[in-house]
Design a protein around this ligand. Structure first.
Ligand code: M6R
Length: 594
Protein backbone atom coordinates (compact mmCIF):
# COMPACT_ATOMS: atom_id res chain seq x y z
CA UNK A 1 0.00 0.00 0.00
CA UNK A 2 1.03 3.62 -0.35
CA UNK A 3 0.00 6.96 1.11
CA UNK A 4 -1.29 9.77 -1.08
CA UNK A 5 -2.13 13.39 -0.31
CA UNK A 6 -3.40 16.45 -2.12
CA UNK A 7 -3.69 20.07 -1.02
CA UNK A 8 -5.37 23.11 -2.54
CA UNK A 9 -5.82 26.37 -0.63
CA UNK A 10 -4.36 29.69 0.38
CA UNK A 11 -1.10 28.36 1.83
CA UNK A 12 2.07 27.04 0.25
CA UNK A 13 1.39 23.39 -0.54
CA UNK A 14 4.91 22.01 -0.10
CA UNK A 15 5.26 22.01 3.72
CA UNK A 16 1.68 20.79 4.20
CA UNK A 17 2.22 17.89 1.83
CA UNK A 18 5.56 16.98 3.45
CA UNK A 19 4.02 16.95 6.95
CA UNK A 20 1.05 14.92 5.73
CA UNK A 21 3.36 12.42 4.06
CA UNK A 22 5.27 11.96 7.32
CA UNK A 23 1.96 10.99 8.93
CA UNK A 24 1.29 8.48 6.16
CA UNK A 25 4.70 6.84 6.13
CA UNK A 26 3.37 3.84 8.01
CA UNK A 27 1.59 3.00 4.75
CA UNK A 28 4.88 2.71 2.85
CA UNK A 29 8.27 4.28 3.11
CA UNK A 30 10.61 3.07 0.42
CA UNK A 31 10.41 6.26 -1.65
CA UNK A 32 8.41 9.45 -1.86
CA UNK A 33 7.67 12.45 -4.03
CA UNK A 34 5.72 15.63 -4.48
CA UNK A 35 4.39 17.75 -7.34
CA UNK A 36 3.34 21.37 -6.90
CA UNK A 37 1.63 23.72 -9.27
CA UNK A 38 3.05 27.23 -9.21
CA UNK A 39 3.77 29.02 -12.45
CA UNK A 40 4.20 25.58 -13.87
CA UNK A 41 3.96 21.99 -12.70
CA UNK A 42 7.13 20.72 -11.00
CA UNK A 43 7.64 17.22 -9.61
CA UNK A 44 10.41 15.84 -7.39
CA UNK A 45 10.86 12.31 -6.13
CA UNK A 46 13.47 10.04 -4.66
CA UNK A 47 14.06 6.78 -2.83
CA UNK A 48 14.17 6.91 0.97
CA UNK A 49 12.25 8.47 3.81
CA UNK A 50 10.26 11.70 3.75
CA UNK A 51 12.53 13.43 6.27
CA UNK A 52 15.59 12.89 4.03
CA UNK A 53 13.63 13.96 0.98
CA UNK A 54 12.65 17.13 2.80
CA UNK A 55 16.28 17.83 3.71
CA UNK A 56 17.76 17.08 0.31
CA UNK A 57 15.29 18.55 -2.15
CA UNK A 58 14.44 22.17 -2.98
CA UNK A 59 11.19 23.66 -1.79
CA UNK A 60 8.55 23.81 -4.49
CA UNK A 61 6.26 26.80 -4.82
CA UNK A 62 2.54 26.76 -5.42
CA UNK A 63 -0.71 26.61 -3.48
CA UNK A 64 -1.79 23.31 -4.90
CA UNK A 65 0.05 20.01 -4.97
CA UNK A 66 0.07 16.25 -4.49
CA UNK A 67 2.38 13.85 -2.68
CA UNK A 68 3.07 10.15 -2.29
CA UNK A 69 4.91 7.74 -0.04
CA UNK A 70 5.47 4.35 -1.62
CA UNK A 71 5.43 0.67 -0.73
CA UNK A 72 6.64 -0.91 -3.97
CA UNK A 73 4.39 -3.32 -5.86
CA UNK A 74 5.10 -2.91 -9.58
CA UNK A 75 8.70 -1.95 -10.21
CA UNK A 76 11.77 -1.86 -7.97
CA UNK A 77 12.50 0.83 -5.41
CA UNK A 78 14.05 3.53 -7.63
CA UNK A 79 13.59 7.26 -8.02
CA UNK A 80 12.03 6.69 -11.45
CA UNK A 81 9.41 4.37 -9.98
CA UNK A 82 8.54 6.76 -7.14
CA UNK A 83 5.40 8.90 -7.58
CA UNK A 84 4.19 11.36 -8.86
CA UNK A 85 4.16 10.05 -12.42
CA UNK A 86 3.90 12.41 -15.34
CA UNK A 87 2.71 12.24 -18.93
CA UNK A 88 5.10 12.77 -21.89
CA UNK A 89 5.01 16.56 -21.63
CA UNK A 90 4.96 16.95 -17.87
CA UNK A 91 1.52 18.60 -17.90
CA UNK A 92 -0.30 16.05 -15.73
CA UNK A 93 0.94 14.56 -12.46
CA UNK A 94 -0.62 11.54 -10.76
CA UNK A 95 -0.24 9.84 -7.38
CA UNK A 96 -1.84 6.44 -6.95
CA UNK A 97 -2.45 3.76 -4.34
CA UNK A 98 -3.67 0.41 -5.66
CA UNK A 99 -2.95 -2.03 -8.44
CA UNK A 100 -3.79 -1.59 -12.11
CA UNK A 101 -4.27 -5.12 -13.34
CA UNK A 102 -4.39 -4.35 -17.06
CA UNK A 103 -1.50 -1.89 -17.09
CA UNK A 104 0.72 -4.02 -19.34
CA UNK A 105 -1.88 -4.09 -22.10
CA UNK A 106 -2.65 -0.38 -21.70
CA UNK A 107 1.05 0.45 -21.79
CA UNK A 108 1.58 -1.52 -25.00
CA UNK A 109 -1.24 0.36 -26.70
CA UNK A 110 -0.03 3.73 -25.40
CA UNK A 111 3.53 3.01 -26.51
CA UNK A 112 2.29 2.12 -29.98
CA UNK A 113 0.49 5.45 -29.98
CA UNK A 114 3.83 7.17 -29.29
CA UNK A 115 3.76 7.68 -25.50
CA UNK A 116 7.12 7.46 -23.80
CA UNK A 117 7.35 5.79 -20.38
CA UNK A 118 9.92 6.60 -17.70
CA UNK A 119 9.14 3.95 -15.07
CA UNK A 120 8.21 0.28 -14.60
CA UNK A 121 5.11 1.11 -12.58
CA UNK A 122 1.49 0.37 -13.32
CA UNK A 123 0.61 3.94 -12.26
CA UNK A 124 2.34 5.72 -15.10
CA UNK A 125 -0.32 4.55 -17.58
CA UNK A 126 -2.82 6.82 -15.81
CA UNK A 127 -0.78 9.94 -16.61
CA UNK A 128 -0.49 8.91 -20.27
CA UNK A 129 -4.16 7.98 -20.53
CA UNK A 130 -5.11 11.42 -19.21
CA UNK A 131 -2.76 12.99 -21.74
CA UNK A 132 -4.38 10.91 -24.49
CA UNK A 133 -7.94 11.88 -23.57
CA UNK A 134 -7.34 15.50 -22.62
CA UNK A 135 -9.04 18.04 -24.82
CA UNK A 136 -9.33 20.91 -22.40
CA UNK A 137 -11.64 19.16 -19.93
CA UNK A 138 -9.56 17.63 -17.12
CA UNK A 139 -12.49 15.92 -15.38
CA UNK A 140 -13.52 14.22 -18.59
CA UNK A 141 -9.96 13.09 -19.33
CA UNK A 142 -9.49 11.65 -15.83
CA UNK A 143 -12.88 9.91 -15.97
CA UNK A 144 -12.05 8.32 -19.30
CA UNK A 145 -8.64 7.24 -18.05
CA UNK A 146 -10.12 5.64 -14.93
CA UNK A 147 -12.77 3.89 -17.01
CA UNK A 148 -10.01 2.13 -18.97
CA UNK A 149 -8.46 0.71 -15.85
CA UNK A 150 -9.21 -2.62 -14.23
CA UNK A 151 -7.99 -3.06 -10.69
CA UNK A 152 -7.95 -0.83 -7.65
CA UNK A 153 -7.05 2.79 -7.18
CA UNK A 154 -7.10 5.90 -5.12
CA UNK A 155 -5.69 8.66 -7.29
CA UNK A 156 -5.12 12.38 -7.17
CA UNK A 157 -4.31 14.32 -10.30
CA UNK A 158 -3.02 17.85 -10.77
CA UNK A 159 -2.58 19.51 -14.14
CA UNK A 160 -1.00 22.63 -15.52
CA UNK A 161 -3.59 25.31 -16.28
CA UNK A 162 -6.13 23.95 -13.77
CA UNK A 163 -6.87 25.24 -10.30
CA UNK A 164 -8.63 22.06 -9.22
CA UNK A 165 -7.42 18.66 -8.05
CA UNK A 166 -9.23 15.61 -9.40
CA UNK A 167 -9.44 12.52 -7.22
CA UNK A 168 -11.12 9.14 -7.47
CA UNK A 169 -11.29 5.83 -5.68
CA UNK A 170 -12.08 2.20 -6.32
CA UNK A 171 -11.31 -0.24 -3.49
CA UNK A 172 -8.44 1.89 -2.11
CA UNK A 173 -9.19 4.38 0.66
CA UNK A 174 -9.49 8.11 0.08
CA UNK A 175 -10.76 10.82 2.35
CA UNK A 176 -11.36 14.53 1.84
CA UNK A 177 -10.42 16.96 4.59
CA UNK A 178 -12.71 19.96 4.65
CA UNK A 179 -11.03 23.24 5.64
CA UNK A 180 -11.75 26.97 5.40
CA UNK A 181 -10.49 28.33 2.10
CA UNK A 182 -8.49 25.12 1.73
CA UNK A 183 -9.22 21.44 1.19
CA UNK A 184 -7.22 18.27 1.60
CA UNK A 185 -7.19 14.80 0.07
CA UNK A 186 -5.50 11.87 1.79
CA UNK A 187 -5.35 8.11 2.10
CA UNK A 188 -6.50 8.46 5.66
CA UNK A 189 -7.35 11.01 8.30
CA UNK A 190 -4.00 10.71 10.13
CA UNK A 191 -2.56 12.91 7.37
CA UNK A 192 -4.95 15.80 7.91
CA UNK A 193 -5.44 15.87 11.68
CA UNK A 194 -3.18 18.94 11.98
CA UNK A 195 -5.36 20.96 9.64
CA UNK A 196 -9.00 19.99 10.08
CA UNK A 197 -11.33 17.76 12.04
CA UNK A 198 -13.91 17.46 9.25
CA UNK A 199 -13.75 14.59 6.79
CA UNK A 200 -15.73 13.16 3.90
CA UNK A 201 -15.10 9.48 3.21
CA UNK A 202 -15.30 8.73 -0.50
CA UNK A 203 -17.12 5.65 -1.74
CA UNK A 204 -16.10 3.24 -4.49
CA UNK A 205 -16.63 4.78 -7.89
CA UNK A 206 -16.58 8.36 -6.57
CA UNK A 207 -14.65 11.00 -8.44
CA UNK A 208 -14.33 14.52 -7.13
CA UNK A 209 -13.24 17.96 -8.14
CA UNK A 210 -11.62 19.84 -5.30
CA UNK A 211 -10.76 23.54 -5.29
CA UNK A 212 -9.82 25.75 -2.35
CA UNK A 213 -13.46 26.40 -1.52
CA UNK A 214 -15.53 23.76 -3.32
CA UNK A 215 -15.85 20.00 -3.32
CA UNK A 216 -17.94 18.33 -5.98
CA UNK A 217 -18.42 14.57 -5.84
CA UNK A 218 -19.93 12.37 -8.57
CA UNK A 219 -20.59 8.70 -8.91
CA UNK A 220 -21.73 7.12 -12.15
CA UNK A 221 -21.91 10.60 -13.71
CA UNK A 222 -24.42 11.71 -11.06
CA UNK A 223 -23.55 14.50 -8.63
CA UNK A 224 -23.82 13.22 -5.11
CA UNK A 225 -23.71 14.56 -1.53
CA UNK A 226 -21.58 12.74 0.97
CA UNK A 227 -21.87 13.37 4.68
CA UNK A 228 -19.15 15.37 6.46
CA UNK A 229 -17.99 13.57 9.60
CA UNK A 230 -16.19 14.90 12.64
CA UNK A 231 -12.93 12.97 12.98
CA UNK A 232 -12.96 11.30 16.41
CA UNK A 233 -9.15 11.48 16.80
CA UNK A 234 -7.03 14.40 17.98
CA UNK A 235 -3.66 15.66 16.75
CA UNK A 236 -2.06 14.40 19.98
CA UNK A 237 -3.34 10.89 19.20
CA UNK A 238 -1.07 10.86 16.18
CA UNK A 239 2.03 12.18 17.99
CA UNK A 240 4.65 10.36 20.04
CA UNK A 241 3.91 12.27 23.27
CA UNK A 242 7.50 12.01 24.47
CA UNK A 243 7.92 8.30 23.75
CA UNK A 244 10.87 7.27 21.62
CA UNK A 245 8.67 5.24 19.29
CA UNK A 246 4.99 5.08 18.42
CA UNK A 247 5.07 1.38 19.25
CA UNK A 248 6.07 2.05 22.85
CA UNK A 249 3.47 4.80 23.18
CA UNK A 250 0.83 2.48 21.77
CA UNK A 251 1.84 -0.36 24.12
CA UNK A 252 1.36 2.06 27.00
CA UNK A 253 -2.02 3.19 25.73
CA UNK A 254 -3.50 -0.27 26.12
CA UNK A 255 -5.25 0.18 29.47
CA UNK A 256 -7.07 3.18 27.94
CA UNK A 257 -7.81 1.26 24.76
CA UNK A 258 -9.52 -1.56 26.66
CA UNK A 259 -11.44 0.93 28.78
CA UNK A 260 -12.62 2.88 25.73
CA UNK A 261 -13.64 -0.23 23.81
CA UNK A 262 -15.59 -1.47 26.81
CA UNK A 263 -17.29 1.88 27.32
CA UNK A 264 -21.00 1.57 26.82
CA UNK A 265 -20.88 -2.22 26.96
CA UNK A 266 -20.46 -2.90 30.63
CA UNK A 267 -24.00 -2.95 31.95
CA UNK A 268 -25.96 -6.13 32.50
CA UNK A 269 -27.91 -5.36 29.34
CA UNK A 270 -26.25 -6.99 26.39
CA UNK A 271 -26.00 -4.38 23.68
CA UNK A 272 -23.68 -6.23 21.31
CA UNK A 273 -25.17 -9.53 20.33
CA UNK A 274 -23.57 -11.98 18.02
CA UNK A 275 -26.80 -13.68 17.16
CA UNK A 276 -28.98 -10.61 16.93
CA UNK A 277 -29.02 -11.67 13.31
CA UNK A 278 -30.47 -15.01 14.30
CA UNK A 279 -33.95 -13.58 14.51
CA UNK A 280 -34.16 -13.44 10.75
CA UNK A 281 -31.83 -16.26 9.94
CA UNK A 282 -30.94 -19.59 11.54
CA UNK A 283 -27.18 -19.58 12.00
CA UNK A 284 -25.22 -22.77 12.32
CA UNK A 285 -21.68 -21.60 12.80
CA UNK A 286 -19.25 -18.71 12.81
CA UNK A 287 -16.22 -18.07 10.64
CA UNK A 288 -13.72 -15.43 11.66
CA UNK A 289 -11.62 -14.00 8.84
CA UNK A 290 -8.47 -11.91 9.22
CA UNK A 291 -4.75 -11.52 8.51
CA UNK A 292 -1.64 -11.22 10.66
CA UNK A 293 -2.21 -9.96 14.17
CA UNK A 294 -5.95 -9.70 13.56
CA UNK A 295 -5.89 -13.41 12.66
CA UNK A 296 -4.32 -14.13 16.04
CA UNK A 297 -7.11 -12.15 17.70
CA UNK A 298 -9.51 -14.32 15.68
CA UNK A 299 -7.90 -17.50 17.05
CA UNK A 300 -8.44 -16.29 20.60
CA UNK A 301 -11.99 -15.26 19.64
CA UNK A 302 -12.58 -18.77 18.32
CA UNK A 303 -11.54 -20.17 21.67
CA UNK A 304 -13.86 -17.82 23.57
CA UNK A 305 -16.85 -18.38 21.29
CA UNK A 306 -16.37 -22.14 21.53
CA UNK A 307 -15.92 -22.04 25.28
CA UNK A 308 -18.71 -19.63 26.20
CA UNK A 309 -21.24 -19.91 23.38
CA UNK A 310 -20.61 -23.53 22.37
CA UNK A 311 -21.01 -22.46 18.81
CA UNK A 312 -18.94 -24.20 16.11
CA UNK A 313 -16.37 -21.57 15.14
CA UNK A 314 -13.46 -21.58 12.77
CA UNK A 315 -10.88 -18.97 11.84
CA UNK A 316 -9.56 -18.53 8.34
CA UNK A 317 -6.57 -16.56 7.15
CA UNK A 318 -8.36 -14.23 4.74
CA UNK A 319 -6.24 -15.13 1.73
CA UNK A 320 -7.05 -18.81 2.36
CA UNK A 321 -10.78 -18.30 2.69
CA UNK A 322 -12.61 -20.82 0.53
CA UNK A 323 -16.35 -20.73 1.10
CA UNK A 324 -16.97 -23.87 -0.93
CA UNK A 325 -17.02 -26.02 2.21
CA UNK A 326 -19.44 -24.03 4.35
CA UNK A 327 -23.10 -23.87 5.17
CA UNK A 328 -22.91 -20.42 3.57
CA UNK A 329 -26.06 -18.50 4.32
CA UNK A 330 -26.14 -20.11 7.75
CA UNK A 331 -22.55 -19.10 8.52
CA UNK A 332 -21.97 -15.82 10.31
CA UNK A 333 -18.81 -14.15 9.02
CA UNK A 334 -16.80 -11.92 11.35
CA UNK A 335 -14.08 -10.00 9.54
CA UNK A 336 -11.42 -8.52 11.80
CA UNK A 337 -9.23 -5.75 10.42
CA UNK A 338 -7.87 -2.87 12.46
CA UNK A 339 -7.32 -0.68 9.39
CA UNK A 340 -10.51 -1.80 7.70
CA UNK A 341 -8.53 -1.77 4.45
CA UNK A 342 -6.74 -5.12 4.17
CA UNK A 343 -7.58 -6.33 0.68
CA UNK A 344 -7.48 -10.05 1.47
CA UNK A 345 -9.93 -9.59 4.34
CA UNK A 346 -12.23 -7.27 2.39
CA UNK A 347 -12.37 -9.65 -0.55
CA UNK A 348 -13.20 -12.61 1.67
CA UNK A 349 -16.02 -10.67 3.38
CA UNK A 350 -17.39 -9.53 0.02
CA UNK A 351 -17.25 -13.05 -1.32
CA UNK A 352 -19.10 -14.42 1.71
CA UNK A 353 -21.71 -11.68 1.32
CA UNK A 354 -22.42 -12.57 -2.28
CA UNK A 355 -23.15 -16.09 -1.04
CA UNK A 356 -25.70 -14.81 1.44
CA UNK A 357 -23.73 -14.93 4.70
CA UNK A 358 -24.51 -12.27 7.31
CA UNK A 359 -21.36 -10.31 8.16
CA UNK A 360 -19.93 -8.38 11.08
CA UNK A 361 -16.78 -6.25 10.77
CA UNK A 362 -14.51 -5.40 13.68
CA UNK A 363 -12.38 -2.38 12.89
CA UNK A 364 -10.64 0.59 14.44
CA UNK A 365 -11.13 3.04 11.61
CA UNK A 366 -14.28 5.05 11.04
CA UNK A 367 -15.14 5.35 7.36
CA UNK A 368 -12.77 2.53 6.35
CA UNK A 369 -13.75 0.18 3.54
CA UNK A 370 -14.95 -2.62 5.81
CA UNK A 371 -17.54 -0.26 7.28
CA UNK A 372 -19.14 -0.07 3.84
CA UNK A 373 -19.05 -3.81 3.24
CA UNK A 374 -20.07 -5.60 6.44
CA UNK A 375 -23.72 -5.68 7.55
CA UNK A 376 -22.82 -4.62 11.08
CA UNK A 377 -19.75 -2.91 12.49
CA UNK A 378 -18.22 -3.20 15.89
CA UNK A 379 -15.68 -0.41 16.44
CA UNK A 380 -12.66 -0.82 18.62
CA UNK A 381 -11.62 2.42 20.31
CA UNK A 382 -7.85 2.52 20.09
CA UNK A 383 -7.30 5.86 18.43
CA UNK A 384 -4.87 5.88 15.51
CA UNK A 385 -2.22 3.18 15.57
CA UNK A 386 0.86 4.41 13.75
CA UNK A 387 3.58 1.87 14.55
CA UNK A 388 3.53 -0.78 11.84
CA UNK A 389 3.48 -3.53 14.46
CA UNK A 390 -0.07 -3.85 15.76
CA UNK A 391 -0.26 -3.61 19.55
CA UNK A 392 -3.14 -1.66 21.08
CA UNK A 393 -5.50 -2.58 18.27
CA UNK A 394 -4.89 -6.27 19.06
CA UNK A 395 -5.97 -5.84 22.68
CA UNK A 396 -8.93 -3.80 21.51
CA UNK A 397 -9.92 -6.57 19.08
CA UNK A 398 -9.72 -9.08 21.93
CA UNK A 399 -11.93 -6.81 24.02
CA UNK A 400 -14.49 -6.63 21.21
CA UNK A 401 -14.42 -10.39 20.67
CA UNK A 402 -14.80 -11.09 24.39
CA UNK A 403 -17.76 -8.71 24.45
CA UNK A 404 -19.34 -10.52 21.52
CA UNK A 405 -18.78 -13.91 23.09
CA UNK A 406 -20.06 -12.82 26.51
CA UNK A 407 -23.10 -11.05 25.19
CA UNK A 408 -24.09 -14.09 23.14
CA UNK A 409 -23.27 -16.78 25.69
CA UNK A 410 -26.05 -18.63 27.50
CA UNK A 411 -24.93 -17.26 30.86
CA UNK A 412 -27.13 -16.40 33.80
CA UNK A 413 -26.94 -12.81 35.03
CA UNK A 414 -24.58 -13.69 37.90
CA UNK A 415 -22.04 -15.41 35.66
CA UNK A 416 -22.33 -12.78 32.97
CA UNK A 417 -21.67 -10.04 35.48
CA UNK A 418 -18.75 -11.90 36.96
CA UNK A 419 -17.10 -12.15 33.52
CA UNK A 420 -17.85 -8.49 32.82
CA UNK A 421 -16.19 -7.54 36.10
CA UNK A 422 -13.10 -9.43 34.98
CA UNK A 423 -13.12 -7.52 31.71
CA UNK A 424 -13.46 -4.25 33.59
CA UNK A 425 -10.44 -4.97 35.80
CA UNK A 426 -8.22 -5.66 32.79
CA UNK A 427 -6.98 -2.06 32.39
CA UNK A 428 -5.50 -2.10 35.92
CA UNK A 429 -3.94 -5.51 35.40
CA UNK A 430 -2.45 -4.51 32.05
CA UNK A 431 -1.06 -1.43 33.80
CA UNK A 432 0.65 -3.69 36.32
CA UNK A 433 2.42 -5.53 33.50
CA UNK A 434 3.49 -2.15 32.12
CA UNK A 435 4.78 -1.17 35.55
CA UNK A 436 7.20 -4.09 35.26
CA UNK A 437 8.59 -2.69 31.99
CA UNK A 438 12.19 -2.37 33.18
CA UNK A 439 12.44 -6.03 34.18
CA UNK A 440 10.95 -7.16 30.88
CA UNK A 441 13.25 -4.73 29.04
CA UNK A 442 16.28 -6.47 30.56
CA UNK A 443 15.10 -9.83 29.23
CA UNK A 444 14.34 -8.28 25.84
CA UNK A 445 17.90 -6.93 25.66
CA UNK A 446 19.20 -10.45 26.42
CA UNK A 447 17.02 -11.91 23.69
CA UNK A 448 18.60 -9.51 21.19
CA UNK A 449 21.76 -11.59 20.92
CA UNK A 450 19.97 -14.59 19.37
CA UNK A 451 19.10 -15.14 15.71
CA UNK A 452 16.33 -17.70 16.27
CA UNK A 453 13.65 -18.18 18.91
CA UNK A 454 10.65 -20.39 19.57
CA UNK A 455 7.43 -19.40 21.29
CA UNK A 456 5.21 -22.10 22.77
CA UNK A 457 1.80 -22.13 24.39
CA UNK A 458 -1.21 -24.38 24.80
CA UNK A 459 -4.95 -23.79 24.50
CA UNK A 460 -5.77 -20.10 24.59
CA UNK A 461 -2.04 -19.32 24.94
CA UNK A 462 -1.04 -20.86 21.61
CA UNK A 463 -2.31 -17.86 19.58
CA UNK A 464 -0.61 -15.64 22.17
CA UNK A 465 2.65 -17.43 21.36
CA UNK A 466 1.95 -16.82 17.66
CA UNK A 467 1.45 -13.12 18.29
CA UNK A 468 4.62 -12.96 20.41
CA UNK A 469 6.63 -14.59 17.60
CA UNK A 470 5.14 -12.27 14.98
CA UNK A 471 6.00 -9.18 17.05
CA UNK A 472 9.57 -10.33 17.61
CA UNK A 473 10.26 -11.21 13.99
CA UNK A 474 8.66 -8.16 12.41
CA UNK A 475 10.47 -5.54 14.47
CA UNK A 476 13.76 -7.20 15.55
CA UNK A 477 14.29 -9.46 12.50
CA UNK A 478 15.04 -12.39 14.83
CA UNK A 479 13.63 -15.50 13.21
CA UNK A 480 10.84 -16.60 15.53
CA UNK A 481 8.40 -19.49 15.26
CA UNK A 482 5.41 -20.32 17.39
CA UNK A 483 4.33 -23.85 18.17
CA UNK A 484 1.58 -25.47 20.15
CA UNK A 485 3.73 -26.68 23.03
CA UNK A 486 2.69 -30.29 22.54
CA UNK A 487 3.59 -30.17 18.87
CA UNK A 488 7.16 -28.91 19.08
CA UNK A 489 8.47 -32.41 19.80
CA UNK A 490 7.05 -33.61 16.46
CA UNK A 491 9.91 -32.25 14.38
CA UNK A 492 11.02 -28.75 15.49
CA UNK A 493 12.95 -30.34 18.39
CA UNK A 494 15.65 -30.99 15.78
CA UNK A 495 16.32 -27.24 15.78
CA UNK A 496 16.70 -26.79 19.52
CA UNK A 497 20.20 -25.73 20.56
CA UNK A 498 21.67 -23.77 23.43
CA UNK A 499 21.48 -20.69 21.21
CA UNK A 500 17.75 -21.10 20.47
CA UNK A 501 15.76 -19.58 23.34
CA UNK A 502 12.21 -20.77 23.93
CA UNK A 503 9.59 -18.44 25.33
CA UNK A 504 6.85 -20.45 27.05
CA UNK A 505 3.47 -19.00 28.00
CA UNK A 506 2.29 -20.81 31.11
CA UNK A 507 -0.91 -19.49 32.72
CA UNK A 508 -2.44 -21.49 35.55
CA UNK A 509 -5.16 -23.13 33.49
CA UNK A 510 -6.02 -26.73 32.67
CA UNK A 511 -3.00 -26.91 30.35
CA UNK A 512 -0.49 -25.99 33.07
CA UNK A 513 0.81 -29.50 33.83
CA UNK A 514 1.13 -30.24 30.14
CA UNK A 515 3.12 -27.09 29.45
CA UNK A 516 5.42 -27.89 32.37
CA UNK A 517 6.05 -31.28 30.76
CA UNK A 518 6.83 -29.59 27.44
CA UNK A 519 9.17 -27.14 29.18
CA UNK A 520 11.10 -29.98 30.81
CA UNK A 521 11.43 -31.78 27.48
CA UNK A 522 12.65 -28.57 25.83
CA UNK A 523 15.08 -27.73 28.63
CA UNK A 524 16.62 -31.20 28.38
CA UNK A 525 17.74 -30.29 24.87
CA UNK A 526 19.76 -27.27 25.88
CA UNK A 527 17.84 -24.05 25.12
CA UNK A 528 17.37 -21.19 27.52
CA UNK A 529 13.70 -21.10 28.55
CA UNK A 530 11.91 -17.88 29.45
CA UNK A 531 8.51 -18.51 31.02
CA UNK A 532 5.60 -16.13 31.37
CA UNK A 533 3.93 -17.29 34.56
CA UNK A 534 1.51 -16.03 37.15
CA UNK A 535 2.82 -14.15 40.20
CA UNK A 536 1.65 -16.89 42.55
CA UNK A 537 3.30 -19.70 40.56
CA UNK A 538 6.06 -20.96 42.85
CA UNK A 539 6.68 -24.16 40.91
CA UNK A 540 7.86 -23.09 37.48
CA UNK A 541 11.06 -21.32 38.48
CA UNK A 542 12.97 -24.58 39.10
CA UNK A 543 12.47 -25.70 35.48
CA UNK A 544 13.28 -22.52 33.54
CA UNK A 545 16.02 -19.90 33.28
CA UNK A 546 13.90 -16.76 33.50
CA UNK A 547 10.38 -16.12 34.80
CA UNK A 548 8.47 -13.03 33.73
CA UNK A 549 5.74 -12.56 36.30
CA UNK A 550 2.19 -11.80 35.22
CA UNK A 551 -0.54 -10.61 37.63
CA UNK A 552 -3.01 -13.24 38.78
CA UNK A 553 -6.01 -13.47 36.53
CA UNK A 554 -8.71 -15.86 35.36
CA UNK A 555 -6.70 -17.80 32.72
CA UNK A 556 -9.38 -17.07 30.09
CA UNK A 557 -8.29 -13.43 30.32
CA UNK A 558 -4.55 -14.15 30.43
CA UNK A 559 -3.98 -13.40 26.69
CA UNK A 560 -4.36 -9.69 27.45
CA UNK A 561 -1.57 -9.67 30.02
CA UNK A 562 0.79 -12.16 28.38
CA UNK A 563 0.57 -10.32 25.07
CA UNK A 564 1.62 -7.02 26.66
CA UNK A 565 4.69 -8.70 28.19
CA UNK A 566 5.58 -10.21 24.80
CA UNK A 567 5.15 -6.85 23.06
CA UNK A 568 7.62 -5.27 25.50
CA UNK A 569 10.03 -8.20 25.10
CA UNK A 570 9.99 -7.75 21.30
CA UNK A 571 10.27 -3.96 21.58
CA UNK A 572 13.37 -4.05 23.79
CA UNK A 573 15.01 -6.81 21.73
CA UNK A 574 14.51 -4.69 18.60
CA UNK A 575 15.74 -1.56 20.34
CA UNK A 576 18.88 -3.34 21.53
CA UNK A 577 19.54 -4.43 17.95
CA UNK A 578 19.16 -0.84 16.74
CA UNK A 579 16.19 -1.62 14.50
CA UNK A 580 13.89 0.99 13.03
CA UNK A 581 11.00 -0.10 15.24
CA UNK A 582 8.05 1.85 13.88
CA UNK A 583 8.84 1.21 10.23
CA UNK A 584 10.23 -2.31 9.82
CA UNK A 585 11.89 -3.23 6.54
CA UNK A 586 9.61 -4.40 3.71
CA UNK A 587 6.39 -3.94 5.66
CA UNK A 588 3.46 -1.55 5.54
CA UNK A 589 0.79 -0.97 8.12
CA UNK A 590 -2.04 -2.42 6.14
CA UNK A 591 -1.76 -4.40 2.99
CA UNK A 592 -4.11 -3.06 0.35
CA UNK A 593 -2.94 -5.38 -2.39
CA UNK A 594 -4.03 -9.01 -2.83
O1 M6R B 1 -5.38 -3.84 9.30
P1 M6R B 1 -5.45 -5.31 9.52
O2 M6R B 1 -5.78 -5.67 10.90
O3 M6R B 1 -6.35 -6.00 8.55
O4 M6R B 1 -3.97 -5.82 9.22
C1 M6R B 1 -3.67 -7.18 9.21
C2 M6R B 1 -2.18 -7.43 9.18
O5 M6R B 1 -1.62 -6.91 8.00
C3 M6R B 1 -1.47 -6.81 10.40
O6 M6R B 1 -2.00 -7.31 11.58
C4 M6R B 1 0.05 -7.13 10.36
O7 M6R B 1 0.24 -8.49 10.54
C5 M6R B 1 0.78 -6.31 11.42
N1 M6R B 1 2.01 -5.81 10.88
C6 M6R B 1 1.11 -7.09 12.63
O8 M6R B 1 1.84 -6.38 13.58
Amino acid sequence: MCGIVGYVGYREAHPIIIESLKRLEYRGYDSCGIAALGDKLVALKDVGRVVDFEKNSPRLHGKMGIGHTRWATHGAVTAANAHPHLDCNGKFAVVHNGIIENFQKLREVLEKEGHHFNSDTDTEVIAHLIEKYYQGDLVEAVSKALADITGTYAVVVTAEGHNELIAGRRESPLVLGVGDKENFIASDVAAILDYTDRAIYLEDGDTCIVTEDTIEISNNNQKINRETHVIPWSVEDAQKAGYEHFMLKEIHEQPKTIENTLRGHTTSERPVTLFGIEKEQRLEDVTLIACGTSYHAGLIGEYMLGKLCKVPTRVKIASEFDPSCMALDRTLIIGITQSGETTDTLRAIKHAKTLGCPTIGITNVQGSSVTRIADQILYTQSGPEIGVAATKTFLAQLTALYLLALSSAPLDVKNYESYMTKLKTLPQKVQRVLDDEQTIAKHGQQLAKYENAFFVGRGISYPVAMEGALKLKEISYIHAEAYAAGEIKHGPFALLRSNTPVIAIAPKDHTYDAILTSIKEIKARGPEVIALAQEDDDEIEQFVDVVIRIPEIDPLFSPFLNTVALQLLAYYAAKERGCEIDLPVNLAKSVTVP
